[in-house]
Design a protein around this ligand. Structure first.
Ligand SMILES: [Zn+2]
Ligand SMILES: [Zn+2]
Length: 366
């Protein structure tokens, strides 16, 4: 058993606190990982706000890179000393998605079997089965993907959630390829990654839409060819104008609100694809759209979970592109912070447009 410090959300809506936690030695199928870096994601905040479920206390953090310290007796995929990115899609190999050869949809992903606890023995619920705002964490070995150990942990660790979600929304779910036109609504961490992914895939026109000028500037650095400030411009008309009056082949809604989804629906060209990757809240409803428009415009309305990624396939490849200078993951690291700064990082996510610092990712460095 290992006694370490971790960031815990004890009760709904209450500020997080640093607690002493107990991490078991790895059992069958498990790996103990010494965490080096962990990005602060909106999902951590949703856990703290009780927006995911009520299984408090939560051990937060799930966008991490680290070094494998120990593994269970039967584990062969990683060994102590490996540099790994943690993922929340450790595929089972046996469910109906895996069996039909689509493991990126795996419906039965697994996590560590043993529980990490508070010092008093209270079982912790690790965020997305990871819990990496901690010096060490216990995960299923399949949640560890070995990558180039010379890569910067703070940057490549972001592939563990938000950046992968955005890159994958464009490349995997949206099918963005050479010559296509793309519009991305919302240029936070996920949307900016969708822009980088679209550029990487060879899209001809990449339109960034946001209400904040600074975010649009950042999007241009990641490959946006045009920007639309939707605070003062109708994004649907602007996207149509920038695509010869047609609309974009692929529109990615990285906000996840009825208004933005509707904008995306109408900003598509005929037979275009709309990808929802921003996460809506349970109270939101599909906007009122004539069904004949859904039929008449054709195309596809898709959702993207974790960018439809397969960590074993995608992480090493994306780290390689990063190391070659073809994918700027450093641009997503807005600041490096300590374990004690997670609550302040949540505050920065909440700031109103035009106010305060524009942060793509605060990354805890241990
Ligand atoms: Zn499966
Ligand atoms: Zn996340």
């Amino acid at each position: 058993m290992h006694q370490v410090q971790g960031v815990v959300a004890r009760a709904k809506g209450e500020p997080v606190s640093i607690e002493t936690i107990h991490v078991p030695d790895p059992g069958l199928g498990e790996a103990l990982v010494k965490v080096q870096t962990c990005g602060v994601c909106h999902t951590d905040l949703h856990y703290r706000e009780g927006g995911i479920n009520d299984d408090f206390p939560f051990l937060l953090g799930h966008e991490a890179a680290g070094i494998v310290e120990a593994v269970g007796d039967d584990v062969t995929s990683v060994t102590p000393g490996d540099f790994v990115i943690l993922n929340w899609r450790a595929v089972c190999g046996n469910c109906r998605a895996c069996n039909r050869g689509e493991p990126w949809y795996c419906f039965a992903t697994h996590n560590a079997t043993q529980r990490m606890t508070l010092a008093d023995g209270t079982a912790l619920s690790p965020a997305l089965g990871i819990g990496a705002f901690a010096e060490k964490t216990l995960v299923a070995a399949g949640q560890c993907t070995k990558v180039d150990p010379t890569a910067r942990a703070a940057a490549v660790g972001l592939l563990g959630c938000g950046v992968m979600a955005g890159l994958g929304a464009a490349i995997n779910t949206g099918g963005v390829s050479r010559g296509k036109s793309v519009a991305v609504i919302g240029c936070g961490g996920v949307g900016s990654a969708a822009i980088a992914g679209s550029a990487l895939a060879g899209a001809d026109t990449v339109i960034a839409v946001d209400v904040e000028a600074r975010r649009l500037e950042g999007a241009q650095k990641l490959g946006a060819t045009h920007t639309v400030n939707s605070a003062d411009t109708d994004p649907v008309a602007a996207i149509q104008e920038l695509t010869g009056g047609n609309g974009a082949d692929v529109v990615i809604d990285a906000v996840g609100r009825p208004e933005t989804w509707k904008q995306g629906f109408y900003a598509r060209d005929l037979a275009g694809t709309l990808v929802l990757v921003g996460v809506p809240t349970p109270d939101m409803r599909i906007p009122d759209i004539p069904l004949i428009d859904v039929f008449g415009r054709g195309g596809a309305l898709k959702s993207s979970w974790y960018g439809d990624c397969l960590p074993t396939r995608d992480f090493p490849m994306l780290v390689s592109l990063y190391q070659q200078g073809r994918l700027d993951l450093d641009a997503f690291v807005s600041e490096e912070i300590g374990l004690g700064d997670v609550e302040a990082a949540f505050e920065k996510m909440h700031h109103a447009p035009g106010e305060g610092q524009s942060v793509l990712r605060s990354v805890v460095v241990l």
